[in-house]
Ligand binder design. Structure first.
Ligand code: COM
Length: 520
């Protein structure tokens, strides 16, 4: 179907995408300016964030880009199975958490777990997800002028040639951005009905889970377990190591981690750390998960299991034709300009492995585009701002306290609640988003910490659990990572919009005049 210059509106895009997702429209949807031929400056193999943003920037720089995507929409897994549903569920988790905590108080009625349905939220997402999809296609077409073919399998023939929709297209450079998918851990019984990963959970769930086991110890495990439990469904997490230590201990501040893991325990999420799943059992559907825990074997009854055990790269469309170097987990390796080991072949997005975050996908795509267009650009993503959701929004950037102490020795922290008060002894950090908890359940208002190198007075780490601070971290991370850094004195000189979700500015001001910094 040729849609070039058809000027499809949002409703028409929704219709096309819906028809394709239902399998009623199987032909490729082609938005290519045929008058310009079939040669491009770059072809992006994959139309997720990396491909879409890369193509837009390549076009801004005067180049011609083609994006090829097997799904009928651009934007990739984010709006289909990953970030967007996750955010919907996390917002629901936060609302439900409050409804449970305040049940019978203020305007909250008795909490009715029967009324909070996992299935209903999944169905809501499924029924409406083509809205964002349509926006991606409409914006790419009408505002960004990106040429693309969606709803079509594509394959790399060599470093300059790709086939899609029964045709060959050539380019000066190829950008591989085919993404990743949930890895299967190889546990006996993992193919039973009722065993899902984050994608099949969205696609296939057709019953209301009554007992849930989540397998894994990383963000996905913690986030989905928090959501399931917030609906009132009994939920257990089985993790081989300590939760949230993926990427090495010290990646997340210990006090922040304790606050959020403790918060999950308080909300009756059963956490089995240092435990291994030996098998998943059941007949027509999963019935139990057998686990070896430090205290001996356990059998966890479950009618729903979520595998949250990592990702594997999608390499099928190029692995046979392009011998790009890959790491031990199969992810494509690139240099700081996103160049693979094969000349003129770049890679971007989740195909590069963790962190599987939006900023990395988009920026790696645009870095590749700039280099292809002769603009020298590098992108290092080792130092990142990061976040996750439990029933809280948890955000951090820079160094944990322990890592800062290791590197700088003399470190000062500003922490709320302060180390000498237990959560519950103070309603602080009561703030935007946690006022109701401040006056009803003070132990639930959140946690925050600012880590300062005492010698240079520079802020080297910021950590937050609460609501509404994530936005600030995008900018704070930039400020603290600049070569000049950000001193506590400069932070204390900013203008806070009281009572903002984090206290960093006000608390920095309380200490900024000190010649010899002390913590609080
Ligand atoms: C966001 C998708 S859901 S993209 O990054 O805008 O392409």
């Amino acid at each position: 179907m040729d849609v070039h210059r058809a000027g499809l509106d949002m409703a028409q895009w929704r219709q096309l995408i819906d028809d394709s997702c239902r399998g009623e429209l199987t032909e490729p949807i082609v938005n290519v300016d045929r008058s310009l031929g079939s040669h491009f400056d770059a072809i992006f193999l994959g139309g997720g964030s990396a491909g879409r943003f890369g193509a837009a920037v390549l076009r801004s720089l005067g180049g011609r880009a083609l994006v090829l995507e097997r799904w009928p929409f651009l934007g990739g897994s984010c709006p289909h199975q990953a970030c967007v549903p996750h955010h919907l569920f996390s917002e629901a988790a936060r609302e439900l958490d409050q409804a449970q905590a305040l049940a019978g108080r203020l305007w909250y009625g008795k909490f009715d777990p029967q009324a909070a349905s996992v299935l209903e939220l999944v169905e809501l997402f499924r029924s409406q997800r083509t809205g964002p999809h349509a926006h991606m296609n409409w914006q790419s077409c009408e505002q960004l002028g990106i040429e693309f073919i969606v709803n079509a399998e594509a394959a790399a023939v060599d470093a300059h040639t790709v086939t899609a929709a029964g045709q060959a297209f050539t380019a000066r450079a190829l950008v591989l951005c085919t993404g990743s998918r949930a890895a299967r851990p190889g546990i006996a019984g993992e193919d039973l009905p009722g065993v899902f990963d984050y994608a099949s959970f969205i696609e296939d769930l057709d019953y209301e889970p009554a007992r849930i086991v989540v397998i894994g110890g990383s963000k996905v495990a913690v986030e989905y377990a928090s959501f399931y439990r917030a609906t009132g469904t009994p939920t257990a997490v089985v993790s081989r190591g300590e939760l949230l230590t993926t990427g090495g201990p010290g990646r997340m501040d210990d006090d922040l981690r304790r606050f959020i893991i403790g918060g999950m325990r308080d909300r009756d999420v059963e956490l089995l750390e240092h435990s291994t799943v030996t098998r998943i059992t059941g007949r027509d559907r999963v019935e139990a998960v057998e686990v070896l825990t430090p205290g001996g074997p356990r059998r966890l009854e479950a009618d729903f299991v979520l595998l949250a055990t990592g990702e594997q790269p999608n390499v099928e469309s190029f692995a046979g034709s392009l011998p790009v170097h890959r790491d031990a987990d199969g992810f494509v390796t690139v240099d700081s300009r996103m160049r693979t080991s094969v000349p003129d072949v770049y890679a971007a997005g989740d195909l590069l492995g963790p962190p599987l975050e939006m900023f990395k996908s988009r920026r790696s795509g645009t870095t590749a585009a700039r280099n292809i267009m002769g603009v020298d650009a590098e992108f290092a993503y080792a130092d990142i701002p990061d976040f996750l959701h439990t029933t809280y929004e948890v955000t951090w950037a820079g160094l944990s306290e322990s890592e800062a102490r290791r590197r700088f020795g003399q470190v000062v922290t500003i922490q709320v609640p302060p180390p000498d008060l237990a959560p519950g002894q103070t309603p602080l950090p009561m703030a935007e988003g946690s006022m109701l908890y401040g006056f009803t359940r003070p132990e639930r208002t959140g946690f925050q910490k600012c880590v300062i190198d005492a010698r240079t007075r520079r802020v080297v780490g910021i950590h937050h659990a609460g609501y509404g601070a994530k936005d600030a971290f995008q900018y704070l991370h930039y400020l603290i990572s600049r070569p000049a850094g950000l001193t506590i004195d400069e932070l204390g000189d900013m203008n806070e919009l009281y009572i903002s979700a984090d206290y960093f500015i006000g608390y920095a001001r309380l200490r900024s005049g000190q010649a010899e910094l002390t913590g609080m």
